[in-house]
Ligand binder design. Sequence first.
Ligand code: FA5
Ligand code: MG
Length: 387
Amino acid sequence: KVRRQKWRVPVASVLERGGVKIARDDVVRDEPTNNIPDTIFTKLGQQLHRRSQHPIGILKNAIHNYFDSNYENKFDKFDDLCPIVTVKQNFDDVLVPADHVSRSYNDTYYIDPQTVLRCHTSAHQAELLSKGYTQFLVTGDVYRRDSIDSTHYPVFHQMEGVRVFSPNDWESSGQDGTAYAAEDLKKCLEGLARHLFGAVEMRWIDTYFPFTDPSFELEIYFQEKWLEVLGCGVTEQEILKRSGNSNNVAWAFGLGLERLAMVLFDIPDIRLFWTTDERFTSQFSEGQLGIKFKPFSKFPPCYKDMSFWINESFTENNLCEVIRGIAGDLVEEVCLIDNFTNKKGMTSHCYRVAYRSMERSLTDEEINELQWKVREQVESKLNVVLR
Ligand code: FA5
Ligand code: MG
């Protein structure tokens, strides 16, 4: 499955295409710029990262401990900044180009044309730098329209870290500020990985973000695949300049907390973080990093295939939103298994939907009913033609 890299390619915004927007069904019909469905709306305020018995909260505290014990100058910590932010905070302030794909209604949840659910904790960087903070950590829930599988969820948690250096810090090193910061950043994050995991297989990948240069991603080997757990880099000078840090250099990172927690606690599916099933929640306790999750009996998945002729405004994120709106966390994966264009230029997609509950077995009846609703709404909301 090919996954588009969120920050890579600026493309023309699809914002104006009617077919791409999905309004919240019932509540905001008259507000066509709002694309937040109830399944997302109900996640606001849950703040898994502030629950000390929850894997996300346990992990946040462990990372805080790492920074507290390794840095004499304490990092300031924020974990209660509101996830509803302005377009300026989420994009402009971190130099995301006006025509960048991440700004589209297909990728980001908009409350209105100026207000979004933050898609990353980087939304708070510029403001905190302007207020004079020079070493800080920001943890919060973030929101993205995305595809569906065991490591992607439309609500997840990030921790942002920023550290500012002044010329004194690097001048005696013989390196320039950028090289000094990049080296310090990698050391810091490798140390964090060792603190959390002990020995673990990891690798650095060069990448692109609008707000850092150079930019890197860290991947960890997990369940027989390389899993991307964080993005980071040396902060663009323009961001520092605007925040009154002209002479300084900084690094920044954004950790995916679910991804790290999956590796740390052996949690096989990202949906589990949202379950209230005691067979999950009771396995974790405050301050305990060494726990390995013992899966309760795994129920069989049920696969349903669905083929349709797409139109020009079709996107996989819209499809996933429709399916999640009906099946909620009963959908485990949505995967494109066939794709062809006929002589008339019509393109057909076949998607395989995997349904599975993590708590109980599903009946055939129940799944058939879900699939019928999915077919109905895929046709009516996405204007595709079922085959
Ligand atoms: C960012 O969000 C950047 N703001 C990170 C950053 C900060 C870079 C500061 C440089 C400086 P990215 O889109 O790659 O980057 O997301 C960061 C991490 O969030 C990923 O590595 C991954 O661990 C996690 N992540 C991304 N999408 C999802 C998702 N749908 N579900 C769960 N975790 C996700
Ligand atoms: Mg990435």
